[in-house]
Design a protein around this ligand. Structure first.
Ligand code: UDX
Length: 423
């Protein structure tokens, strides 16, 4: 059954949600507050790097099922469902800033027809579904929580082939209507109360961040005892209760979700009177991981006055997003220690890090460098011409924070090599 859906906010989540619902056959109107963005999107020009998204946006526009308008009030009048996909950035105290969400709710309230279901997809603290209800002040409009579990780079695939769909509602009829939107999607659909749905999103991200900090901590243990982390993790992952996924050691975790949501769940717990010490440890291990990388570089060349080549700036491969990128955090700390850092990334051409020079190709980053750091796991770094790099560097040292390169091939060319959790 086709429904009319309005999506408020055209960031990663909103745009993916809108384009995917249009792909599933619904009529979708997406609203944003930036006129140039709306114009570009209506012309099929997608400003973010997301596999398959441009194709879906163009498909939707051509089929007449997807349009973009300026201002939320212009999107919601005829809608059966309104998806709120506005940002919930972190405030100074670590909690989520809900001002965008509340003002979007207030703005649309007078324009909704009776019976429209408002669905919140933004990541929000427990209780926010009720805050949206209060901001709208409309007893005839049910508000439902439907958290997203999208990864950047694979958001379209994650939306269309999810592990599960979680719906939190006090109004069971409204929950059933939201569930029906996903008829074309094969996945378990779980209906619960709003607080459980909201907590589920934070708990899932916090658990994944825990898994990653645990992995990086085990890598540190492996370094100390002379074990190989890759083999240790392989042996662990065969236990199906643990699994192989999300066990890659790295320079720490980053991105737009994990750091923000980890800090938020600590603050949510604190406000509710629980000291989430485990999660504080998870965040501390991550911060320590950035320093561990910097110390590895410092162990092969004194950082003060050194030139460091940095391959990778995005927070992970497959995206141009540098929000809370471990690569940039490592760069900042090396610059603070007196190093000159030259960075290259296939997708990132601009960053806001004082003193970080961006170069156009990976070889320019290596030229004259005292050490090379691999910070993002882009495939193309595996196929670099190592002879060319060896000839151009001032000293042959590689710190491979993603265990990506062929250490044997590097050592044969006279490089010192340090990965994560293996020698
Ligand atoms: C994450 C969640 O996966 C997603 O479900 C949620 O909705 C949003 O947050 P995303 O931020 O896109 O998605 O990135 P993800 O692929 O999960 O990676 C997060 C960070 O962990 C990156 O810095 C990545 O490099 C790191 N990572 C991930 C590892 O270091 N090792 C791994 O094995 C996996």
């Amino acid at each position: 059954m086709t429904s009319k859906i309005a999506v408020i906010g055209t960031g990663y989540v909103g745009l993916t949600t809108g384009a995917c619902f249009a792909h599933l056959g619904h009529d979708v109107v997406c609203a944003d507050i930036v006129p140039e963005k709306v114009e570009r999107l209506q012309a099929g020009d997608v400003p973010i790097h997301e596999a398959g998204l441009t194709e879906l946006v163009r498909e939707g526009i051509e089929a007449g099922r997807l349009q973009f308008v300026l201002g939320a009030e212009n999107a919601v009048g005829a809608a059966d469902f309104v998806y709120l996909c506005v940002p919930t950035p972190q405030s100074a105290d670590g909690s989520a800033d809900l001002s965008y969400l509340q003002s979007a709710a207030r703005e649309i309230s007078a324009h909704l027809q009776s019976g429209t279901v408002v669905v919140n997809k933004s990541t929000v603290p427990v209780g926010s579904t009720h805050l949206v209800e209060q901001a709208m002040n409309r007893a005839d409009i049910p508000v439902v929580s439907n958290p997203e579990f999208l990864r950047e780079g694979t958001a379209v695939d994650d939306f269309l082939n999810p592990d599960r769909v979680v719906i939190g509602a006090d109004d069971q009829a409204a929950a059933g209507r939201v569930a029906a939107l996903y008829l074309g999607v094969r996945a378990p659909i779980m209906v619960t109360d709003p607080a459980s749905a909201e907590t589920c999103k934070y708990a899932a991200n916090a658990f994944l961040a825990t898994k990653l900090s645990f992995t990086n901590a085990i890598a540190a243990v492996c370094e100390a005892v002379g074990a190989d982390v890759n083999d240790v993790l392989l042996g662990m992952g065969y236990d199906h209760r643990i699994g192989h996924e999300f066990l890659r050691p790295g320079p720490g975790w980053g991105g737009s979700c994990f750091p923000k949501d980890s800090r938020a769940i600590i603050s949510i717990a604190e406000d509710a009177g629980y000291d989430f010490a485990l999660m504080r440890g998870v965040v501390a291990v991550n911060d320590e991981q950035f320093d561990r990388i910097v110390r590895k570089v410092g162990s092969v060349t004194p950082l003060d006055g050194a030139t460091i080549g940095l391959l990778g700036l995005a927070f992970k491969a497959g995206t141009d997003d540098t929000r809370e990128s471990p690569a940039l955090e490592v760069a900042r700390r090396m610059i603070a220690a007196g190093a000159t850092v030259r960075g290259y990334d296939p997708a990132v051409k601009e960053v806001d890090v004082e003193g970080l020079q961006i170069v156009e190709d990976p070889y320019a980053a290596c030229e004259g460098a005292n050490a090379l750091v691999i910070a993002t796991e882009w495939d193309e770094f595996k196929w670099l011409d190592l002879d060319k790099i060896a000839d151009s560097m001032a000293e042959r040292h590689v710190i491979d924070a993603r265990n990506l390169l062929d250490r044997g091939a590097l050592r044969r060319r006279g490089f010192s090599y340090q990965g994560i959790g293996r020698s």
